[in-house]
Unconditional design. Structure first.
Length: 256
C-alpha cells in the first residue's frame, strides 16, 4: 500500500551515508524506527540471510550483523568500501562489479536491500529497470522480500528531480507478491530534524518500498518467461520526470 504518492525521491540517494562522510557534511544516521522496520517489517530472525547492495560505510550492515544475521554486502565507492571493511571485519563485504549477473539467481536470501543505482535513475518501467528488479528478486527464497531504500532530502521539495513514490510501488506491482511502503523521518539525534522542528527546513528521511514474494518460489525459467512477457507489454514512462529530456543531468552515484 502506497501512502506517499505525492513525495518525490531524489536520483542521487545512493551511497548518501558515505557521500556525506567523504564530503565532510554531517552524517545521515539511520533512525531506530527505520532499523526496526527493516527487521520487523520483513520478519527477520537471527540467522536470516540478507544481501545489501550499496552498503555505504556499513551502518545498516553492522546493525543486522549484530543481530546475528548473515549479511553479504556490496559497495562500489572505494572510500566507503574501505570504511565498511575496517568497521566490520567479520562481515562479507565485496566490491561491486558493473555486471550484476554475478549475483546469481539461486534464491538464497531472505531479504535483499538495494540503495538505488543508475538503473533506477531513469524510467522505472524500462527494460533495464525490470531486469534489475527481477535479478534481485531471483536472489530471494520463497516468501522473501526485496526492499528499495530511497533517500528523501528536503531539496527535492523545491527542485523535484526524482521519482514519485508511486513510481516504485507501480514497478513492484508488476511483480508477483504484495507491496508495502514506509516513510521514515530522520532520527531526533540528527541535526536536520532539529532544523525541521525550528522551521528552518522541511523534514528529511528515508522511503522503504518492499516487495514480498509469495511462498511458492518461481523457478529461474518462470522468472525469465515472466520477464519476457512484461518487457513485451506496451508501456509509458513511469512519470513526467522520467519522460522528459535531461541533457545536463547531474552525475549519478551508483548504489554499489
Amino acid at each position: 500500500m502506497d501512502h506517499n504518492k505525492g513525495v518525490r525521491m531524489p536520483v542521487n540517494h545512493a551511497a548518501q551515508l558515505h557521500a556525506n562522510s567523504v564530503s565532510g557534511a554531517p552524517p545521515v544516521r539511520l533512525s531506530r524506527r527505520l532499523l526496526r522496520y527493516v527487521v520487523m517489517g520483513h520478519e527477520l530472525v537471527p540467522g536470516a540471510r540478507v544481501l545489501e547492495i550499496g552498503c555505504g560505510a556499513g551502518e545498516l550492515t553492522g546493525y543486522l550483523h549484530r543481530l546475528s544475521m548473515e549479511v553479504t554486502a556490496y559497495e562500489r565507492n572505494t572510500d566507503a568500501l574501505k570504511a565498511a571493511i575496517k568497521a566490520l571485519p567479520d562481515v562479507e563485504i565485496r566490491v561491486w562489479k558493473d555486471d550484476y549477473q554475478h549475483l546469481g539467481d539461486d534464491g538464497q536470501y531472505d531479504l535483499v536491500i538495494a540503495n538505488g543505482g543508475e538503473v533506477l535513475a531513469g524510467d522505472l518501467f524500462s527494460e533495464s529497470a525490470l531486469r534489475w528488479t527481477a535479478q534481485l528478486a531471483g536472489c530471494l527464497r520463497s516468501g522473501g522480500s526485496l526492499m528499495y531504500l530511497v533517500r528523501h532530502d528536503p531539496e527535492q521539495l523545491e527542485n523535484p528531480v526524482g521519482h514519485l513514490t508511486s513510481c516504485y510501488t507501480r514497478l513492484f506491482s508488476r511483480f508477483p507478491g504484495t507491496i508495502t511502503s514506509f516513510m521514515v523521518p530522520d532520527s531526533f539525534s540528527d541535526r536536520r530534524t532539529w532544523d525541521w522542528l525550528l522551521g528552518r527546513r522541511p523534514r528529511s528521511g528515508y522511503l522503504a518500498v518492499s516487495l514480498h514474494l509469495p511462498q511458492r518460489l518461481m523457478t529461474s525459467f518462470e522468472w525469465h518467461q515472466w520477464l519476457a512477457q512484461e518487457i513485451a507489454r506496451p508501456k509509458e514512462p513511469c512519470c513526467r520526470w522520467a519522460r522528459r529530456e535531461r541533457p545536463n543531468r547531474p552525475p549519478i552515484r551508483r548504489a554499489a
